[in-house]
Design a protein around this ligand. Sequence first.
Ligand SMILES: [Zn+2]
Length: 456
Amino acid sequence: MEKKNGTNNLEQNSKILMEIGLHITKNPQFGLVSSGFSLKFKIIQDDVLINNPKIKVADFLQNGGWVIHSDYSTFFGANELPVIDDKGDRRIWCGTSTGKFTVASAYELIRNKFPTLQWTKQVWHPSIHPSISSSVWKIVRRVVPSDDNLKRRKVQLDSRCPFCKNSEETLEHILWYCNFSELIWKRLGRIFNFLNPNSLEDILKLAKTKSPSIKEVWRNASLVTMKELWFLRNKVVYENAAVNQENLKRSIMKMVQDCDCIMKQCMWNSSYDLYVLKFFNLRCRKVKSIQVQEIYFSLPKENQILLCCDGASKGNPGTAGFGFVGRNNNGVVIVAASGGLGTATNFLAEVVAVICAGEWAISNNLFNVIFRSDSNATISTFKSGKLPWIVTTRWNNICSKLHWDFVHSFREINFSADTQAKTGAGLNKGEYIVYTGRPPFLKKIEIPFFPYFRFQ
Ligand SMILES: [Zn+2]
């Protein structure tokens, strides 16, 4: 963090939870601001602030609960605010969901951000030799002394393509459009049955529908070709080498073969895959077959309640909802609930599902529960106690009353909660519907001792 801006960054990127002493202002950095529930004071209009110039967060608190002043009730409801505990004011860091400060999250908040480039991972892939990756990377970033690049830097020169001696030399011409290069690409394309590419994007698109192993060989062979074309151009320009198609083809083949041991993806059991691998003299790859796993749903023990929880979001983050289904040891559905969250991450939706299920159990005097979730990340979050700060107090309240355990289940046997969660994603933010018993639209529920199948 920059030293002179240190304090400012801390103020800008942290919120004070229950900042009781402060006035409510339009400035979003003070007050009750949560990322998940997007309560932002900046949406409050000027006239509301003018009418209540001295209002403080403390004015919203009565007997340990929220009471929203009427002027503010159109902006947010009490149920959107964090649950109050008696631990006093504390600072919440906005860079992490837990509210705890980390250096990494601070760096992430203040660093300059640029759009993510899709091609870099492909070019710097472990299945490509680093010498090829670095050459292709330079070519794509145009850090090469092609004539058009030199002209752009105001170098006066007569330009002629060293291969065909017919056109001016540009990087594009050398790589894609020269007759000589087109022939090389055609010979390569014939092996894969691909058309000639005209850019790196084309290269990355061409093998989209092929097996992982073919994708890998194509990526390798085409990037090697780019590099070899550029290196040949240099040899012709600086060493007066001869332009020879056969030599170029041989060195491309050899470089691909040299990468055989670092290409590890599976092939498909098809004659096309075999033909391509044989052509480059590469060894056969493993063929991946689909594994079918038989899985079973189980009910809780006597006096225990099973709460199947799930979250759903259309996009991540996107319009999100949560749902849970409660079953007793006889398999009877005793509750099914759905809630809408507005815009939230899928992870938060999964977490809120468990919180709401726990709170439902307590309010119905059921104190021995098993939470079932298909998200390992959610389960380890609860087990480690590193929860998003917005739900920490609610979870602590649950823990003080409830005897709980978590069980992970595959989504193939967590579909009733999934249905509820998807229904929740269709609800408005803050809307929460609880059905006692099985709702009519919940057509399918998990049956114990019945085999379900999981395809991997
Ligand atoms: Zn040319």
